[in-house]
Write a protein that binds this ligand. Structure first.
Ligand SMILES: [Zn+2]
Length: 70
């Protein structure tokens, strides 16, 4: 589902922004994420990042050939 700015019809790429990036008019709250939704997304992001970091932890067995490239 794509959200469009009601003022200039530009697609809204980030629903965390309170103003349109094109016409800089304020966006209606129903188009935006609520504080609660942002908090949930942030938590999910953090968990994903944490998981990614754990996955990328240098491992003495599997990390040896990767470090050769870098
Ligand atoms: Zn706009």
């Amino acid at each position: 589902m794509q959200f469009l700015c009601p003022h200039c019809q530009a697609p809204i790429y980030s629903r965390k922004q309170k103003i349109c990036g094109v016409c800089e008019k304020s966006l209606p709250p129903e188009l935006l994420l609520s504080e609660k939704q942002i908090a949930i997304l942030k938590k999910q992001d953090e968990q994903m990042e944490k998981r990614a970091k754990e996955f990328q932890l240098p491992d003495s067995d599997y990390g040896s050939d990767v470090s050769g490239i870098v």
